[in-house]
Design a protein around this ligand. Structure first.
Ligand SMILES: Nc1ncnc2c1ncn2[C@@H]1O[C@H](COP(=O)(O)OP(=O)(O)OP(=O)(O)O)[C@@H](O)[C@H]1O
Length: 330
């Protein structure tokens, strides 16, 4: 649905050059929620602005819903952008217009007749849970309600793609949860493809099917969250399932075990007790957790086994045979 291919963006300001995007490629499948996570300055906003060509990359291609946006004129782009909704951290509402007026705004721009606008606004307010608030002004709304207005407005033109620029960063945790649940519902009910940028691992945890990590203009890892969880050294895996820093005691083996899919549905305690019984060893649990992620249940445990990794070839093979991904500390 969204194909970003080898895009490059260098800013030059006051004799300084900053490579905001350095050969970035990303592929978002239709109907998925894709999160790009990174620290401030990593290039996330530049990436999102490039998807609509609000920022034209110096190099590379951006294809959205089959249209190569990098090849369109400004006039053609304006039309193509109507198929892409966008929501922002600070909502971007017009304070002089009421809620209905804000949601109707994009419909006025495209020249929809008044009756059609009324009908559509009522439908959108109902969809985002703001029924009855059409006459309220942004100043009278909570942050969560403002973001719902932002979402309704973004959906006015029935886009196939929604871009979210830190949409929950200005909200408290509870409101964040309700906005993420709304995005997930819209994704499922409307088949909406969502590309979001965030600096919060919780956002990835709650709604993303796939994710990418950005550092200094580069994508350092990307894939489905499920796949990343089992990838050795994945930052997403570490962020979703933080484990305490551990130094292996001499003569012991530290192994991180990742449970996804069926393995996560069974009790991890069962795996540990089966392992201990089958190999007559004491297995220590040093930390870990099991969580419900957007893509299903998953978990990670850090285990301590007696003996060196060489001594533990059989227990480690036992865990691998049960379909678990292992990372053995060097
Ligand atoms: N218009 C601009 N002119 C010059 N440099 C810019 C411009 N926009 C962004 N940059 C620089 O490009 C780099 C990436 O910025 P960008 O805003 O994309 O990062 P970000 O990950 O979205 O960070 P934040 O979450 O703080 O917005 C930063 O070093 C930033 O200073």
């Amino acid at each position: 649905m969204i194909h970003i291919e080898n895009i490059q963006k260098v800013y030059r300001a006051r004799g300084r050059t900053v490579t905001a995007l350095d050969d970035v490629s990303l592929h978002v499948a239709p109907g998925e929620v894709y999160g790009v996570i990174g620290r401030s300055g990593a290039g996330k906003s530049t990436l999102l602005r490039s998807v609509t060509m609000l920022e034209r990359p110096d190099r590379g291609r951006v294809v959205v819903d089959g249209a190569d946006l990098s090849a369109l004129s400004e006039r053609e782009l304006r039309a193509a952008r109507q198929r892409i909704g966008m929501i922002h951290q600070h909502f971007g509402l017009l304070s002089s217009r009421d809620v209905a007026g804000n949601v109707a705004f994009p419909l006025e721009v495209t020249g929809a007749p008044r009756k059609e606008r009324r009908r559509r606004v009522a439908e959108l307010l109902d969809l985002v849970g703001l029924d009855g608030l059409g006459r309220a002004y942004p100043a009278q709304l909570s942050g969560g309600q403002k973001q719902r207005v932002g979402i309704a407005r973004a959906l006015a033109g029935s886009p196939s793609v929604l871009l979210s620029d830190e949409a929950t960063s200005a909200l408290d945790p509870e409101t964040t949860g309700s906005i993420l649940a709304l995005l997930r519902r819209l994704n499922r009910e409307l088949g909406l493809t969502v590309l979001l940028i965030t600096h919060e691992m919780d956002v990835v945890k709650n709604i993303c099917d796939s994710a990418a990590v950005m550092h200094a203009g580069r994508i350092t890892e990307s894939g489905s969250v499920r796949e990343l969880l089992t990838r050795s050294g994945s930052e997403i895996a570490r962020g979703l399932f933080p484990l305490p820093p551990t130094v292996a005691r001499p003569g012991t083996t530290i192994v991180d075990v990742t449970f996804v899919g069926d393995a996560a549905e069974e009790s991890p305690a069962r795996f540990v007790s089966d392992l201990a019984r089958a190999h007559s060893i004491d297995v220590g649990i040093l930390g870990g957790s099991i969580e419900d992620l957007a893509g299903g249940r998953a978990g990670r445990l850090r285990l301590e086994l007696p003996g060196t990794p060489d001594d533990n070839a059989a227990p480690l093979a036992h865990l691998r045979d049960r379909g678990l991904a292992l990372e053995v500390a060097a």
